[in-house]
Design a protein around this ligand. Sequence first.
Ligand code: NAD
Ligand code: ZN
Length: 388
Amino acid sequence: MRALTWHGEKDIRVSEVPRPEIVEPTDAIVEITATAICGSDLHLYNDRMPGMREGDVLGHEPMGEVIEVGDEVESLEPGDRVVVPFTISCGSCWFCEEDLYSLCDNSNPNAEMARKMMGQSPAGLFGYSHLLGGYAGGQAEYLRVPYADVGPITIESDVSDEEVLFLSDVFPTGYMAAENADIEPEDTVAVWGCGPVGQFAIQSAQMMGANQVIAIDRVPERLEMAGEHGDAETINYEHADVYDRLMSMTGGRGPDRCIDAVGTEAHGTGLDGVSDRVKEGAKLQDDRPYVLREAIKCCRKGGTLSVPGVYLGRANIPFGSLMNKAITVKTGQTHMQRYLDPLLGKIEEGEIDPSFIISHQVGLEDGPEMYQTFNDKEDDCIKVVMTP
Ligand code: NAD
Ligand code: ZN
């Protein structure tokens, strides 16, 4: 079958790879009908994620038709139309039973590698390095789905692929980001990053009744989308000082809730305005993570910082500011299974049509070029959907 494979920094190829087969009795095989490129894939594209190997099949935002199930699969049968969430969860360990699905104890066969780095292992993910399980991804014609009774959600209504595909990741991720921000009706919510995750965080903050949502980015069409679709006020960080603007928009108090929907790819030095003496004293040399530092600086005292943005390895953050400003931080990979049913309900009831973020629809063979376009934010690219 054809699949998009990883071969090092900025080197994605269309390759012929073996078609996946049932390995465990709890597996299903899905024939992919639509599959997206995620901002998280850009961390792989830019070679920032440890544990990638040449030829790894990419992708973690797929949907399609079940064509085969293992003997122990009860909830799916061939012919079912499913969206497959990006996290793999066993459904029966302590963490899954606590609804902490992205922290599943059993779904990463390479947990030892993760434990050496982090002390414990998070869940395995599709197409996201050997550190997180070494599972082949869904930017391919077929996908093997482990623990098939736990992850995929069956779509029975006639909603289009485009409307439900983003249940695989970015819609629930934006939603959990807003939920983690603990939004209350009087709140001002600032969202850094107007990519797909930021757009859904903005929409979700509005659904949760935020008083004011402020979106920050530098890409004009993404800011426009945040304004038009998300009813947000916008700040282009290339044309304004984000701290000054946020202070003036909030009467000098700062946003109550801050969401970092950018992560490790953030542009900027983050050290603007920091004196050489402080830089030296605090050993602030690393130019990342810019957004985390800016959000901590801007967040009001006693506020909340929600971080869906993915960070890899060490992050140079002013923990002293967090502590002295009593800011609550919530983060993590999305606990997908919590959100699939309720968010499918919102789509089917017409409360939201997530397809508004799609800017490009192409075949798998255009994948390598689309990675570059999406990475460079060219051609008004906001979200790429591929149909194998
Ligand atoms: P994306 O690359 O499309 O969007 C990121 C946006 O941030 C871009 O529009 C970019 O212009 C903007 N940006 C860069 N520097 C900035 C700065 N200094 N200030 C403000 N904006 C800035 O990516 P995406 O698909 O929207 O994903 C966003 C993040 O969410 C990524 O880190 C991704 O890995 C992460 N993510 C996390 C989860 C999870 O489960 N927690 C799931 C999916 C994605
Ligand atoms: Zn993703």
